[in-house]
Design a protein around this ligand. Structure first.
Ligand SMILES: Cc1cc2nc3c(=O)[nH]c(=O)nc-3n(C[C@H](O)[C@H](O)[C@H](O)COP(=O)(O)OP(=O)(O)OC[C@H]3O[C@@H](n4cnc5c(N)ncnc54)[C@H](O)[C@@H]3O)c2cc1C
Length: 414
């Protein structure tokens, strides 16, 4: 029995992969009740590929928007670059924009359907572990019907307990701080009319003066869209704890986008109509030199917390889950499987952590901002060529593993 600590995106995807491989597992989640927390995220084709193999694509599609294109603008609304995405760009798998809670719900229902009603033990907060040559023991503080302390035994532990992982801190108690990027993000959702192609993702502005990202994540019955938006800029740390649920205040950031009243989207008006505003610091941690300790390993944000930019936080955890399940299937013991999983995934995800710091997918906007000195341009070609724009976009795709050839060449699950 594999003990999965954390029933977030990575933990649940791992449970589904292990079930498919015929490996027994049990998920432990600290939350007593799963609430629809967070806002939107993107599932890129490399992650959708794995979710499709798990038979989840049609359920995801029910409450998501299939992204058609991504467009970049400067803060004056001048168009810089557009590229198609997912199936519209020739991938076999789509790109979806979705509320995190909807994705989580699809995964959770699939886990209950396939693994049974007791597959997720809620109200179980992991505290500490022990291991020997024979197996592992995990200790939990429990809430709910039988509050107290509970202990479970298994053959291995996978820490999927997110950016503040307690499993990780069992091995890295010291010198493992959250590192603030200097950027704070305000995120929210607003019911608003469709814009551009109706399934476009847009990036506008740059971090020195204020950058906005907006994309639809679902449709409403009256023809409107639920738009996920994000407004971010450089500022001193405000919420360094990295709490996904922290409420945000419009007066703290609306000034940064007040002139982004584009003909195709009035950004300040859309933000003023928000149903939810959250504030989150862009934080990550230094990539680790080791994730696997005998019968214990890490997955997702617990292993490689990264800035939530480039749509890779959820995606990389989904890919980790497939890789870990494949190794547990092909190796005859957990220790070897964990070592092999780590040697495949650690260098790749460390590269994404670094790319998200220095060469994110919207580096295009930084280039144009710097070359124009934050002024409107007359001819884009005088500032940057189409070849350079494509090269910048391709560079991130290559590092994050979602270049078309890489996604298509990857083998099907074992
Ligand atoms: C409430 C919440 C809201 C989020 N909102 C967004 C968002 O809007 N946009 C975005 O891009 N990303 C968001 N994220 C982060 C995003 O889900 C992750 O970056 C990504 O999906 C990687 O998934 P993960 O499974 O590694 O981590 P997570 O999805 O963070 O899952 C970790 C899970 O472990 C549980 N857990 C933590 N500590 C313990 C413990 N001691 N014992 C047992 N269980 C524990 C948590 O409750 C959580 O369910 C959010 C995460 C959370 C937890």
């Amino acid at each position: 029995m594999i003990l999965i600590i954390g029933g977030g995106i990575g933990g649940l995807t791992l449970a589904l992969n292990l079930h498919r491989a015929g490996i027994r597992c049990q998920v432990f989640e600290s939350a007593k009740e799963i609430k629809p927390l967070g806002v939107g995220l993107n599932i890129l084709p490399h992650a959708m590929r794995e979710l499709s193999f798990l038979g989840l694509e049609s359920n995801i599609a029910k409450d998501a928007i299939e992204t058609r294109d991504v467009s970049f603008y400067n803060r004056f609304g001048q168009h810089i670059f557009t590229e198609t995405r997912g199936r519209f760009a020739g991938y076999e798998w789509p790109q979806y924009s979705i509320h995190r809670a909807s994705l989580h719900d699809v995964l959770m229902k699939a886990v209950y359907d396939r693994l049974g009603s007791d597959a997720i033990k809620k109200g179980h907060r992991f505290k500490e572990l022990e291991q020997s040559n024979e197996g592992v023991v995990a200790h939990f503080n429990t809430e709910g019907s039988c509050p107290g302390v509970r202990t479970y035994r298994g053959c291995a532990i996978v820490g999927c307990d997110g950016i503040k992982s307690v499993v990780r801190s069992s091995f890295y108690e010291k010198n493992d701080p959250l590192i603030y990027s200097g950027i704070t993000m305000w995120r929210g959702i607003t019911k608003w009319p469709p814009f551009l192609s109706g399934s476009s993702m847009v990036y506008a502005g740059w971090l020195e003066t204020g950058k906005v990202i907006a994309y639809p994540i679902s449709k409403t019955d009256d023809g409107m869209h639920i738009i996920n938006w994000l407004c971010e800029f450089y500022c001193p740390p405000r919420n360094p704890k990295g709490d996904w649920g922290q409420k945000g205040r419009i007066e703290d950031f609306i000034w940064s986008c007040k002139e982004m009243t584009f003909s195709w989207l009035n950004i300040p008006e859309m933000i003023k109509a928000a149903e939810v505003i959250l504030e989150y610091p862009m934080v990550d941690k230094e990539p680790l030199k080791k994730w696997s300790f005998g019968r214990v390993t890490l997955l997702g944000d617990a292993a490689h917390p990264m800035y939530p930019r480039g749509s890779n936080g959820a995606g990389q955890s989904i890919i980790d889950a497939r890789c870990l399940a494949d190794n547990l299937t092909s190796e005859c013991d957990e220790v070897t499987a964990f070592r092999k999983y780590e040697s495949d995934r650690r260098p790749k995800t460390s590269a994404v952590v670094h790319a998200n710091r220095s060469n994110p997918p919207d580096a295009i906007l930084r280039e144009v901002y710097e070359r124009t000195g934050d002024k409107p341009f007359k001819e884009l070609n005088d500032v940057i060529s189409v070849d350079e724009l494509e090269a910048l976009s391709d560079q991130y795709k290559k590092i994050a593993g979602f270049k078309l050839e890489a996604v298509h060449n990857n083998k099907s699950p074992m």
